[in-house]
Design a protein around this ligand. Sequence first.
Ligand code: NAD
Ligand code: USQ
Length: 399
Amino acid sequence: MKVLVTGVDGYSGWPLALHLLHRGHEVVGIDNLVTRRRVAEVGSQSATPIRSMSQRAKSVQKVLGKTLRFYRGDLCQWEFVRDLVRKEKPEAIVHLGEQRSAPYSMIDVHHAVQTQVQNLTGTLHILYAIREESPKTHLVKMGTMGEYGTPNVDIPEGFFEIEYRGRKDKLPFPRQASSWYHWSKVFDTGDVMLANKIWGTAATDVMQGVIYGTRTPDIDRPDFLTRFDFDEVWGTALNRFCVQAVLGLPLTPYGKGQQKRGFIALEDSMQSLTLSVEHPAAPGEYRVFNQFDESYSITDLAQLVVKAAREDLGVEAEIHNSYNPRVEAEEHYYQPHHENLIRLGYHHLRELRQSLTEILTDLQKYRSRIESHRHVVMPRMNFRSPDNRDPLHIPAEKA
Ligand code: NAD
Ligand code: USQ
């Protein structure tokens, strides 16, 4: 199958491209390399030393004997997207190429606007390009579990049956996001549903939980490493906790630390996306997959990292609940469903404990890269405050 991966230079786009190539698919990738620039903008870098896209494409040719066709371009440029889809006519597009950091979207008005305008524009361009140039293309659109928020009832996969004042209907489950970024994904969802309704675009809308990990079998070589972010703005919870343990910094569950999220290993995320591609939505179908493996509280995760750091590295890490820079429930009910991918054959491949050992080992290897950026690890933002800094904030770093 010919698959177009947007955001192919990213944390998940790059291992996905390699996984699809390994499975015999033809892969075309596009990216404007903006995550590299945005991470530099907040004074950070990937913990892993990643190669440039041109070096990556050369390694693919040399090591795998396959071709990854890479286009450098911006999804916000309509002619670029239209011409690409016209030329390639992919059977599937996996759309990962968006601004993906909630804290980045909360920095100020410019970052909020950039996030929403660019994410929605890219998705609309892809929807129109499919409609005009390749109407049979199946869109696998990456959304987020954070679209649903944390309601006090179970979270279904996209839709639920409701009875109200004696009448019944099947409706989209309410979205209650808590950052400008997460809301951009909600708005994307509305646009994908509308394209499906008016043009019959076949779409899988993926509500994915937080990804963790440094490895998949496809990226197990220095020239195939994927990025790994750890700073306050771009790093995600479990990955950050591992970096904090390695650097001897306290682990920082925010607030009470009882907020729960769905998590998924990088390898399992690749497996899930591949299942969505290889078992496409039917013509005219819109379906929603909740893509995560297990849900955990943030404190449970921090405790697992403390244990792994002790057992694997002999390091005694500490947990130091910091103030919460975000506006979110710190204790809540959380019961999302995730049966659709299991029905397609999903089974958990990478155990969390194994991932922790791999992350900690890899971080030791690249220690100098995180050591030189330790000043960007601890939280300094505040979603509530207009200048996004907490005036009362006492850094959680050890005295
Ligand atoms: P990432 O930032 O590493 O990758 C995104 C890639 O898209 C980057 O290489 C970036 O340069 C590119 N990109 C962004 N805007 C673009 C544009 N306008 N034109 C062309 N390329 C553009 O992020 P990731 O972690 O790989 O996330 C991929 C997708 O998965 C995102 O849509 C994100 O919202 C979603 N997601 C991520 C996670 C996670 O934990 N990392 C969890 C759930 C959902
Ligand atoms: N958290 C801490 N301490 C930290 C970092 C995070 O307690 O040091 C908490 C946050 O307050 C939040 C939870 O961990 O409650 C998750 O935060 P995160 O930074 O790991 O993830 P998030 O901002 O939600 O975003 C990430 C990805 C995003 C994706 C989302 C999936 O960056 O692209 O959409 O995970 S989900 O969370 O399911 O919406």
